[in-house]
Design a protein around this ligand. Structure first.
Ligand SMILES: [Zn+2]
Length: 535
């Protein structure tokens, strides 16, 4: 009697015990920040342990090391999918790539990413029905360890996407080129405490800011879809959760005569450098970063979790349109877009819009001690073209330009060699004058050129870069001498690179081929470091 009672008791209770153990077991995995009750930021080593455990416990998540930082720290990537294999349903499911902490002193994006990765395979798994996710929580581990903006070479990684000189940025671009994600998101934080704003009696108060591509070479329908459909939806989700949201702006405070604009059109940052491939690229900037990056970390991380989930949910809901629009825009890049109507916009700037003279922005009023909003003047929302060139069929240069070849290889831009000496009609530039100018309030070189056409003998072995490839929008921006975004405009550590290309009176070493002709070409070895396939 007694034993059978015990048996019944055991039979009823044991599944419950297992259930409790199971729930506790799966709830046990907490990020280092959660473990510390939101008092300690996640350092690189504990992050790696957490990610290894997360991927070993969840079949949806695989981890790969995509490169190493200057000081040799591993840069991990998570591939997260609800399908049997990552990227296996590409016709229906866009690939979304999210990367965090390019700036080492902006840790909340990484903290949010670590939590979101876990929650996506649990209570948020419905999001994975329609998208596959590449998640890179810590692009700059060396900067992250010591909470400094730059990497160990003292380089700003988010200004290195043209030169690609830093191993951390190279790793990021390798992942991008391998998967060509339809959507990318670069997560940052902004400094909300600034003396100029405090002098006006306020601090910036947006918890989350979101921006999209603004460079006019990006497909205009993609920009419109991003700005009119996706961004408002993400903003609504963020506001519904109680966080203060704004479109990403720089400039202000009110009644100071600085321009208020939607950041830069430059392609050397993590947003625009991928947008130029006609994908949908975004940046999230979170507010309330204080001089000490640890301050208020729980609130900031919760804001980032909300923004990231709102973002992913919006992408998931719009997955069909994303596949369609990005697919169309990327197909365009592969066509031979020859003719006077195919332009590359090599200089542009922000201008006022008489219909929208001011921009309403959330602030915290220090006199009245409350959240409010102000209208920022000198709002310049319109990007207009200042200079354009017709796209050539190809660019040509000598095989002796080793530094240039290296740079194009880092971008995985396809190059060919001329098989024989060829007599070709080419367009050439001579540098006339170089003067000092300003671009988006920063120093730049104003380049004046003389352009002519000539029939010239081009030596066998010369390098030819055709424009009908997926870097089609990028190539003229890099190579044109008057481009604001080019190799000759780009500075690293305040040094202009390719400086010798701009000597006054000198012939610019990169030539243009403006008509298609048949010639024998040899494909150059494609530099591509193969990564082990994600599960
Ligand atoms: Zn940043």
């Amino acid at each position: 009697m007694k034993s059978s009672k015990k048996a019944i008791w055991f039979r009823t209770i044991s599944p419950l015990i297992f259930l409790v153990i199971f729930i506790q077991g799966s709830a046990q995995l907490r990020t280092p920040l959660e473990e510390s009750q939101f008092t300690e930021l996640t350092q690189h080593g504990p992050m790696m342990d957490y990610l290894q455990e997360l991927s070993s416990k969840n079949k949806e998540i695989s981890i790969e090391i995509i490169g190493k930082s200057v000081q040799g720290r591993e840069i991990p990537v998570l591939f997260i999918t609800g399908s049997s294999r990552f990227g296996s349903q590409r016709a229906e499911k866009p690939v979304v790539m999210v990367f965090c902490q390019q700036h080492g002193n902006e840790p909340s994006g990484k903290e949010a990413a670590l939590i979101v990765a876990r929650d996506l395979v649990k209570e948020k798994s419905y999001i994975l029905k329609n998208i596959d996710l590449i998640l890179i929580p810590m692009v700059n581990p060396d900067g992250g360890e010591v909470l400094q903006r730059r990497n160990a070479n003292n380089m700003d990684l988010n200004r290195n996407h043209v030169l690609l000189s830093e191993p951390e940025v190279q790793a990021l671009h390798k992942v991008y080129k391998k998967w060509m994600p339809e959507v990318t998101l670069d997560i940052h934080e902004y400094n909300s405490i600034s003396r100029r704003w405090i002098e006006k009696g306020m601090v910036k108060d947006a918890d989350e800011m979101l921006g999209g591509a603004t460079n006019l070479n990006v497909d205009s329908e993609l920009i419109a879809f991003s700005r009119n459909v996706l961004m408002p939806q993400i903003g609504t989700f963020i506001k519904e959760k109680g966080f203060r949201y704004s479109r990403y702006i720089v400039g202000g405070p009110p009644s100071e005569h600085t321009r208020v604009r939607h950041s830069t059109t430059n392609i050397n940052d993590g947003r625009q450098s991928f947008g130029i491939y006609n994908n949908l690229s975004f940046i999230i900037i979170e507010g309330k970063r204080f001089p000490d990056p640890r301050q208020n970390i729980e609130y900031r991380t919760r804001g980032q979790i909300t923004a990231l989930l709102s973002f992913l949910e919006t992408m998931s809901q719009n997955h069909r349109e994303i596949i369609e629009f990005v697919g169309e825009a990327q197909k365009e890049l592969l066509l031979e877009n020859i003719g006077a109507e195919h332009l590359s916009y090599i200089q542009m700037d922000y201008f006022p819009d008489s219909l929208n003279p001011t921009f309403r922005f959330p602030v915290f009023d220090l006199y009245r001690w409350k959240h409010t909003e102000v209208d920022l003047e000198r709002y310049e929302p319109l990007v207009k073209i200042k200079r354009s060139v017709t796209k050539p069929v190809a660019y040509l240069f000598s095989s002796g330009e080793k530094e240039l070849i290296d740079l194009l290889e880092r971008h995985e831009i396809e190059m060919f060699s001329l098989k024989k000496d060829s007599q070709l009609n080419v367009e050439l530039y001579r540098i006339r004058h170089i003067t000092d100018g300003l671009d988006e309030e920063k120093a730049k070189k104003e380049v004046d050129v003389y352009k002519w056409t000539e029939n010239r003998l081009i030596e066998a072995g010369s390098i030819l870069v055709l424009l009908n490839q997926n870097a089609s929008n990028l190539i003229p921006l890099l190579l044109e001498p008057q481009s604001s975004y080019g190799i000759v405009a780009e500075r690293s550590m305040l040094q202009y690179c390719f400086d010798e290309y701009l000597e006054e009176g000198r012939e610019y070493p990169i030539l243009r081929l403006s008509e298609p002709i048949s010639m024998e070409l040899v494909a150059r070895r494609k530099i591509f470091t193969e990564m082990s396939n994600a599960r």
